[in-house]
Ligand binder design. Structure first.
Ligand code: SER
Length: 318
């Protein structure tokens, strides 16, 4: 592998923020380029290019100018955001991906694109969901993810494009503020616990969902991208798992560290989205193909989140 030049879209989001700081340990600031929407201020010690990621000319200019070899295409709307504006979700989530894939073929770029547990739907087996199973999502976000997965596989088969993907579970992180998603109650809850000692959860206390601490997600993403191409047997998107828990179990874990914390449950429109997703995933293919192994359980994740969010709140950043 020659010299790598990395492009990250959606670099200021929940995944991007942590991914860029991890990439910075391996690559110099001039070998990482991030795109930022004009309204977002610069915040990284890397090259920042301002523009719209769905604009093909903008992306092509950047790929050429910086001689990009690898793209992490993270820009997208999450499940709740996509339900607010399905037309915009299609344009950004699917249109953006198609543009990236076309440019990647033209400039021989390697691509990472995140899929999600949202690719599954109410007819999918809920427990230990297999890699190859029914994919009939009922959200626009899920429709985007399944279509995107198939497009990735097609570009691999038809054009030999080296595109790799993971079905991210709900990700729990502290560096970036939580996005407009369904599993994000598991991030909001830490801010509320530390600020107000109480939280109103928008999901039912028994809603079990697959989850993962961000450090594991970033580690797995980089492991997948570093694996030799012949090891990659899935070109749609790999099932990717670590832990699963219900809001009630997370609350109990927080209480172990903070006995005064209380939570009430007021499920809203997001409950229906959560109900359509699996409770746990079978990720044995990722384990077999590129040695995937998570490190964080619920207790370790909770301790780190409480410590880091509290540090962040004390320092006054959002
Ligand atoms: N965290 C995401 C969401 O809830 C799942 O991909 O939208």
């Amino acid at each position: 592998m020659g010299k790598r030049k990395i492009l990250v879209t959606g670099a200021f989001g929940l995944v991007g923020t942590d991914l860029v700081s991890e990439l910075r340990k391996k690559y110099s600031a001039k070998d990482i380029v991030v795109t930022a929407h004009n309204t977002i201020r610069d915040g990284f010690d890397v090259i920042v290019e301002h523009g719209d990621v769905t604009d093909e000319n903008f992306l092509e200019k950047i790929i050429k100018k910086h001689q990009i070899t690898d793209v992490y295409h993270l820009a997208g709307l999450l499940s709740v955001g996509s339900e607010k504006d399905p037309q915009l979700a299609w344009r950004i989530n699917l249109g953006g991906l198609k543009t990236v894939l076309d440019l990647a073929v033209k400039y021989k770029v390697k691509v990472f694109w995140p899929s999600s547990i949202a690719a599954f739907g109410p007819t999918t087996p809920k427990e230990n969901t297999p890699q190859h199973t029914v994919l009939e999502p009922t959200t626009m976000y899920g429709v985007n993810k399944v279509s995107g997965e198939l497009l990735c596989q097609y570009y691999n088969l038809r054009y030999g494009l080296d595109v790799r993907s993971l079905r991210y579970p709900g990700l729990i992180a502290y560096k970036a503020p939580p996005g407009d998603g369904t599993t994000e109650y598991s991030v909001h809850i830490f801010y509320a616990a530390l600020k107000d000692k109480k939280y109103t959860c928008f999901l039912d206390k028994n809603s079990r969902l697959p989850m993962m601490f961000i450090d594991d997600a970033i580690k797995g993403t980089l492991q997948l991208m570093a694996a030799p191409p012949e090891k990659i047997t899935i070109r749609t998107s790999y099932n990717f798992a670590a832990i699963n828990f219900t809001p009630e179990e997370l609350v109990a874990e927080i209480k172990k560290n903070m006995p005064e914390f209380t939570c009430e449950y007021k499920p809203d429109h997001r409950q229906k989205i959560a109900d359509s997703w699996p409770k746990s995933l079978d990720d044995s293919q990722a384990k077999k193909d590129w040695d995937w192994k998570p490190e964080y359980d619920l207790s370790k994740m909770t301790k780190v989140m409480l410590k880091e969010v509290s540090k962040k709140l004390r320092s006054g950043s959002k």
